[in-house]
Design a protein around this ligand. Structure first.
Ligand SMILES: *Cc1c(COP(=O)(O)O)cnc(C)c1O
Length: 379
């Protein structure tokens, strides 16, 4: 028999009740019934993003909202600052390049968080920089960037906005948009939102909407102004991923019932347990100083083939974990715990890790990782 488990940082595992709702016969997106669902979703997203602003929904993967956060915010000749500490930071630079936007990169060593002081220095010495692009979690390295501190700095610059790709931040840890003064906050469906891929989200502050007003970069599908107008009528501008909207209503309800605080605490617990297990096994975290609660990136020990380890997870146990990308390829594996995960899920994946490491000849005491995780989970 074969049973499969996703422990990759997107897509993640889905609750059965959400799958069932999405399997229902499809409705038409201009029906009153769909508009009712849309209205509920708008409310739920405001709660999730901790904002009074409208949260726009696009039918695309998360990158669609990232692209929109360049093409709607900036204008020809604008300059940006891009935090590049991994694959997703690089993506901000690639999108800027595609739109002819000149940008200053801050290249951060993979596995480390950006130093907010560097951002401050560059903003002070290179005016005008219109936007600072960063991640809440750099998913390729497992790092959490200091968004609150960066937002505090950017807030002092009247003509600069902070744009945060929180695709692996929202629904994982506290990132209150309005309270922290985040100007553009982005998410996607296939991570902590417990849905299949296919939806992207973006919310904008009043300051960011002013940037949209003057933006003259080309845009069509990802047109924030047009989508805002539609959303206010409980509509989307084009045919939305109707089944995903139906699923989203369900997962937003689940998040609301659990409560954001409890959701954050659960992620903190699962992440702490995983990190404790890693240390107990004599392994090292790839982001030891600033690990995100979304996923745990583990350094592959000397003599162990990282790609082989990832393959064996699937071959032996049907478990998908992520390996490293680019320069981290073969050097790390990444285990996700964002979204629909509970305590025993982590025990399972840690146990699988132990059995595979044993098989591959790594020396440690069997059960030591599981025990360390159990101790955290029982505390
Ligand atoms: C998953 C992810 C994305 C979006 O990738 P898509 O494949 O377009 O959904 C962007 N940024 C981060 C940090 C991510 O983890």
């Amino acid at each position: 028999m074969e049973k499969k488990y996703l422990f990759s940082p997107g897509p993640t595992m889905l609750p059965a009740q959400v799958l069932l709702r999405m399997a229902e016969p499809i409705m038409h997106h201009r029906e009153p019934e769909f508009e009712k669902i849309f209205a509920e979703i708008r409310e739920g997203l405001r709660y999730l993003f901790q904002t009074k602003q409208e949260v726009l929904v696009f039918t695309s993967s998360g990158t669609g909202a990232m692209e929109g956060a360049v093409s709607n915010i900036l204008s020809k000749g604008d300059r940006a600052l891009v935090v590049r500490g991994g694959k997703f930071g690089e993506r901000w630079g690639e999108i800027c390049k595609a739109y002819g936007i000149d940008f200053i990169p801050i290249d951060v060593e993979w596995g480390r968080a950006v130093d907010p002081k560097k951002i401050e220095q560059i903003l002070e010495s290179n005016p005008p920089i219109r936007a600072v692009y960063t991640q809440a979690t750099e998913t390729s390295t497992g790092v959490r960037h200091p968004i609150k501190e960066i937002a505090e700095i950017v807030r002092r610059f009247e003509d600069t906005v902070i744009v945060v790709d929180a695709i692996t931040g929202i629904g994982v840890f506290d990132i209150p948009m309005d309270a922290w003064g985040i100007d553009v906050l982005i998410s996607g469906s296939q991570k902590a939102l417990m849905l299949p891929p296919g939806l992207a989200f973006a919310a904008l502050s009043d300051k960011a909407w002013k940037f949209v007003e003057r933006s003259d970069l080309p845009k069509y599908y990802f047109d924030f102004k047009k989508e805002l107008k539609s959303a206010k009528k409980n509509q989307s501008s084009y045919t939305p991923a109707i089944s995903l909207f139906v699923g989203l209503r369900e997962t937003l309800k689940m998040i609301r019932e659990e409560g954001l605080e409890a959701v954050f605490r659960r992620h903190e617990r699962l992440a702490s347990a995983t990190r404790a297990a890693v240390k107990a096994l004599g392994l090292e975290l790839f982001a030891p100083e600033t690990p995100s609660n979304a996923l745990t990136a583990i350094k592959i020990p000397e003599g162990i083939d990282g790609s082989k380890l990832q393959d064996l997870f699937f071959e032996r146990f049907g478990i998908t974990v992520a390996e490293g990308q680019d320069r981290a390829k073969g050097k790390i594996i990444r285990i996700a715990h964002l979204g629909y995960y509970e305590r025993l899920d982590m025990i399972m994946v840690i146990s699988a890790l132990e059995m595979l490491l044993k098989e591959m000849g790594y020396a440690f005491e069997l059960g030591s990782g599981v025990r360390a995780a159990e101790e955290v989970l029982m505390a």
